[in-house]
Design a protein around this ligand. Structure first.
Ligand code: M6R
Length: 615
């Protein structure tokens, strides 16, 4: 995790870096820092806290002039969040300065060696070890910075996206990448460095995304030189044209990114199936699926790997694939899959789901599956992300940037993409008749409008939130397609309001969780008409007889649950397999309003970060 930003050019670096850090705070926000170079002096300021704290501190601490600089927003791995452990870190001589996103796994042995050679350390970080290693290499062999960085990185085990500059070389920044993202924006005689393109989107639409094990020497006014870290060979970098625009990454009048992203879901889902779902012609067009149809059809099974909310989307997909396309599906936590010697063969298709496309565990699971000969298909939101590039083929969700740490529109758009794939495979396999297929397409096309309608419950959900905001525990229940939605609802509440919440299959309640139910316990039950409705109503009866408080998520016009529940929140009717796209909405709103009422930091909950690029 952590966000990095750098600039070298003809403009003042400080405003570009501080704004860029604010856009990257989703990657980490426990401390921040900047180093600026005015041609004579390195001016460094850093602090525990958010980028806004840094901004308040920096302007009274240093002069912010200089046309070269680097900045960092941190999610701590080595060393607690405090001023000293914040980045940038300087070498012992004070000449070299670094920012780093990632982990140097062998930092301890490197540090011991450096201590023997007389180096001292102020912080507990692995990054300070790296910058001193670079200095040691540079001094002992009297090398240029780029060469010293390359030699040092070849001694390092771990992951990194780094930017380094040297006081003695006022016109140069050296960057390198392995396992953490790094983009270089190319402007007119100026260069921008960042973890993603959002910090420089208003300055240039041209960017290079470094590949793993590549480094670049960025010199003021010169052409960028990209090299392989391992053997120094020069690489001709691909310059990508960016599609992102500024409005997409701003709050647009909403109080929080999360709320904006919840309300963006109708258009995000529409964007996901636009050009792919052609209901008039009764076809689904997805290039990545079409080009690899043979592999999908020959697959013994589909293994889905993902983490967190993306894993929940995978669970929904398990129900959809098995129901529509009759393909066996296993859904795995990427973090477990990669470590348990799983049985994978060339006849398996692995689908990796990731909003950020940078999650370390998912990436490692992909590498493992590829090494066993499986075909790996990615479902990512961030275009050009590492997972998008590491997979054999894939489909983007096209949800637009998701900044709030709690995933919302990523979840519904992932389900949309996976539904399209399942429908396409069902048609190819003949497990659905053409009229059923067409009916599903027509119904899927109505989902954006129905999500819009579900969002109208916002004010009522806010009222319900007020009643339950002080509860210490919540239970979420759902069955079938909506069991994963119960898990997702519980995760949303936990991560942004810090209230303990558990999701369960409704029928599983009687095997244990029912013991928790008393008059203090709010139970959110997803009880839509088509999902084992009568059975769920029986579960609601069981909760009621133990005096639990029932919040029912029901199909519009429902009367039975209304009689039993303390509150009901209606969603429009749809096909059972599409219902998660609607039942999710009130659960997102519930967690959002409770977190706001409890004064929590909705977009940047404690201890979390948007993309988890460490194990
Ligand atoms: O970027 P990814 O989809 O790979 O991220 C996976 C999880 O880290 C992510 O879904 C996390 O659980 C979210 N904070 C959930 O809201």
């Amino acid at each position: 995790m952590c966000g990095i930003v750098g600039y070298i050019g003809h403009q003042e670096a400080y405003p570009i870096i501080i704004n860029g850090l604010q856009r990257l705070e989703y990657r980490g926000y426990d401390s921040a820092g900047i180093a600026l170079y005015d041609g004579t002096n390195i001016k460094l300021s850093k602090t525990k806290g958010k980028v806004s704290d840094l901004k308040n501190k920096i302007e009274s601490e240093i002069s912010t002039d200089g046309t070269l600089g680097i900045g960092h927003t941190r999610w701590a791995t080595h060393g607690v969040p405090n001023d000293v452990n914040s980045h940038p870190h300087s070498s012992n001589s004070g000449d070299l300065v670094i920012i780093h996103n990632g982990i140097i796994e062998n930092y301890d042995s490197l540090k011991k060696e450096l201590i023997k050679r007389g180096y001292t350390f102020k912080s507990d970080t692995d990054t300070e070890v790296l910058i001193n290693l670079i200095e040691d290499v540079q001094k002992s062999e009297n090398l240029k910075l780029g060469k010293a960085v390359q030699i040092a990185l070849n001694q390092v085990v771990g992951a990194y996206a780094i930017a380094v500059f040297d006081k003695k070389k006022p016109n140069e920044i050296v960057v390198a990448k392995l396992g953490s993202p790094l983009a270089i924006g190319i402007g007119d005689d100026e260069f921008f460095i960042a973890s993603d393109a959002s910090p420089f989107i208003e300055y240039t639409k041209n960017a290079i995304y470094l590949e793993d094990k590549e480094m670049a020497i960025i010199r003021r006014g010169k052409k960028i030189k990209v090299r392989k870290i391992e053997n120094d060979t020069e690489v001709d970098p691909y310059i990508q044209e960016l599609k992102l625009n500024l409005e997409q990454i701003e709050k647009g009048g909403y109080e929080h990114f999360m709320l904006k992203e919840i309300f963006e879901q109708p258009s995000a889902i529409l964007d996901t199936f636009r050009g792919r779902l052609l209901s008039n012609e009764a076809i689904i067009k997805m290039v990545g699926v079409e080009d690899n149809m043979k592999k999908f059809l020959a697959a013994d099974r589909i293994i889905i790997v993902a983490c967190g909310t993306s894993w929940h989307a995978g669970l929904v997909a398990e129900y959809i694939f098995e129901d529509l396309a009759r393909i066996p599906v296993e859904v795995e936590y990427a973090s477990e899959f990669r470590y348990r010697n799983p049985v994978i063969t060339e006849k398996d298709v692995v689908i990796a789901i990731s909003q950020s496309g940078e999650t370390a565990d998912t990436l490692a699971a992909i590498k493992l599956a590829k090494s066993k000969g499986a075909f790996v298909f990615g479902v990512c939101n961030v275009v050009g992300s590492t997972i998008a590039r590491e997979t054999h083929a894939g489909a983007y969700t096209h949800a637009g940037p998701e900044i709030g740490v709690a995933s919302t529109k990523a979840f519904t758009t992932q389900i949309t993409v996976l539904t399209l794939i399942a429908l396409r495979l069902a048609r190819a396999k003949g497990t659905m008749s053409s009229s059923e297929f067409r009916h599903h397409l027509i119904e899927l096309e109505t989902i954006p409008g129905k999500v819009e309608e579900a969002l109208k419950s916002d004010a009522y959900v806010e009222t319900v939130s007020e009643i339950y905001k002080d509860s210490k525990n919540f239970l979420y229940l759902g069955r079938g397609f909506n069991f994963p939605v119960a898990l997702e609802g519980a995760l949303k509440l936990k991560e942004i309001s810090y209230i303990h919440a558990e999701g369960y299959p409704a029928a599983e309640m009687k095997h244990g969780p029912i013991a928790l139910i008393d008059e203090q316990m709010p139970v959110v039950v997803i009880a839509t008409k088509k999902g084992h409705y009568e059975k769920v109503v029986s579960n609601i009866q069981e909760i009621k007889s133990r005096k639990g408080k029932i919040i029912g998520i029901v199909t519009k016009g429902d009367t039975s649950v209304k009689e039993l529940a303390d509150h009901v929140i209606e969603v429009p009717d749809t096909l059972e397999c599409l219902s998660p796209l609607l039942t999710t909405i009130p659960l997102q709103l519930l967690s959002y309003h409770i977190a706001v009422m409890l004064n929590k930091n909705v977009d940047q909950p404690r201890n979390l970060a948007k993309s988890v690029t460490v194990e």
